[in-house]
Design a protein around this ligand. Structure first.
Ligand code: COA
Length: 431
């Protein structure tokens, strides 16, 4: 393991504060199967998932070895090798408006054993992750969250929302464009490389998406060991008129025991690198015989589905949810990485109680969309906490709401004009 992010020592400050509570912060040696299994089991327990089988543990060891894996241990409990706190993290590109990419620190598997909750373990682990990201020179950290009440305190803000849909497939009525490509069934073993490439291409084109590790990419095509629906995944690929792959949909179908014509189709992933692929794959699932309901989740807030069906009300958004949370650590690097759709200059006063992003910055975006971001002593146009900056960072229409809520001061209209993008950010995976 030679990657700097794997070998960087544990954060001193967090280790010291946990030591004061009789706890030990340690990097997990992911080459040590017993230690890693104990950590993986604690992670599953922390999310109330079932204990992974030996086969599932073996798979996870293999697929998650590349992550920096940290545990908090209580050496005074009877089973001290089982961590009471878990977190893992790894660098990955985050797509920003442009599209461009910013190197980010993705954080996952944040759990604290219910036996040790609310003693400040998460409070030690999360800032430690942020300091580690800074030590690695990464300007942004990001995560997806189980609850939206947790991460604001460490300067994260919701940066991209997602939608879930339920479609009355019999009544929606397809009116989308005819497409000229070809649909065909495939299987994970034969398609996985192509699927990974399609995901990479799709995600590099949309602000808010992240570069997926093989672990995260492959889950869209094949269930992990132990998943209850392991044998039910179907994958259909869409190849454009010239034969090039442009997308795929993975789905499961659940029969209705009392009515064979009333099945429900759940979209696991619908990946498209072109509008034609998106339309063709939606049409495919909506027009499926013997299926009356189609459900999909982690879709964009501007999913074009309502415009593809005759009866808009039969394609219902059942959930709109904060999904990607980001944490800006280096304001100039983060803001210069993206492009801006309107030229303009703004002075931002950023408040960051943890000190990473604190300061006053002039953001000057030219007509080419490129911005220079420099520290300044000029009077601020907008004052905002670092979490609010995260909420406008990727182009979401958040400025007016934040101003109405009293969470930013100053010229929110100018902030919106500079940061908002015509296409809102999205994230179509969990990590
Ligand atoms: C979320 C979790 C990691 C917090 O761990 P913890 O060690 O108990 O948290 P801390 O003791 O450091 O608490 C820090 C602060 O966050 C608050 N907090 C912690 N979890 C919270 C939650 N779920 N909702 C709201 N506030 C929460 C605490 O009240 C505390 O607030 P204070 O500083 O004002 O007193 C833990 O509850 C957990 O494992 N939950 C289940 C798994 C999960 O949801 N993980 C998050 C994955 S994204």
């Amino acid at each position: 393991m030679t990657e700097p992010y794997l070998s960087l020592p544990i954060d001193d400050q967090a280790a010291a504060s946990l030591r004061d509570s009789g706890l030990r912060l340690a990097l997990v040696d992911t080459a040590d199967d017993d230690a890693f299994d104990a950590w993986l089991s604690a992670d599953a327990r922390g999310f109330h998932s079932k204990q992974p089988s030996p086969a599932a543990l073996a798979q996870q060891r293999e697929l998650l070895r590349h992550r920096r894996t940290t545990g908090v241990y209580d050496d005074n409990i009877p089973v001290p090798h089982s961590p009471v706190g878990t977190v893992n993290s790894w660098p990955a590109p985050l797509t920003v408006p442009g599209p461009g990419q910013v190197d980010s620190w993705l954080i996952s598997s944040v759990t604290v054993a219910p036996t040790h909750r609310r003693r400040g373990i998460a409070t030690a682990m999360l800032p430690a992750e942020l300091r580690t990201a800074v030590a690695l020179g990464l300007p942004v950290a990001a995560l997806t969250v189980s609850e939206s009440t947790i991460y604001g305190r460490w300067g994260f803000g919701p940066s991209a929302f997602s939608t879930a849909w339920t479609i009355d497939a019999r009544r929606a009525g397809w009116i989308g464009p005819a497409t000229r490509g070809r649909l065909s069934f495939t299987t994970a073993p034969e398609f996985i490389e192509t699927g990974r490439a399609l995901l990479a291409r799709q995600n590099a084109a949309h602000a808010g998406e992240v570069g997926l590790s093989e672990y995260l990419a492959d889950r869209t095509m094949t269930p992990l060991e132990g998943a209850p629906d392991a044998s039910t995944y179907r994958i259909v690929r869409y190849d454009g008129p010239d034969g090039d792959p442009e997308g795929f949909v993975t789905y499961t179908i659940t029969e209705d025991d009392s009515d064979f014509t009333n099945a429900t189709l759940d979209v696991v992933a619908l990946v498209a690198t072109t509008d034609a692929a998106n339309a063709a794959l939606w049409r495919y699932v909506i027009e499926m015989d013997l299926v009356s309901t189609v459900r999909a989740h982690t879709r964009a807030v501007d999913e074009p589905l309502p415009w593809l069906v005759r009866d808009i009300r039969r394609a219902k958004v059942t959930k709109v949810q904060d999904h990607l949370w980001t944490r800006i650590l280096d304001v100039p690097a983060a803001l210069e990485a993206r492009r801006y759709e309107n030229a303009g200059t703004l002075v931002l006063e950023v408040d960051d109680p943890l000190g990473f992003a604190d300061g006053r910055f002039r953001v000057a975006a030219g007509s080419d969309g490129v911005a220079s971001v420099t520290e300044t002593t000029d009077a601020p146009d907008v004052s905002l906490p670092v979490g609010a900056l995260a909420s406008v960072y990727l182009g979401a229409p958040a400025a007016a709401g934040l101003a109405a809520a009293g969470r930013i001061d100053g010229d929110a209209v100018a902030l919106d004009r500079l940061f908002r993008t015509a296409v809102p950010p999205r994230l179509s995976s969990w990590f």
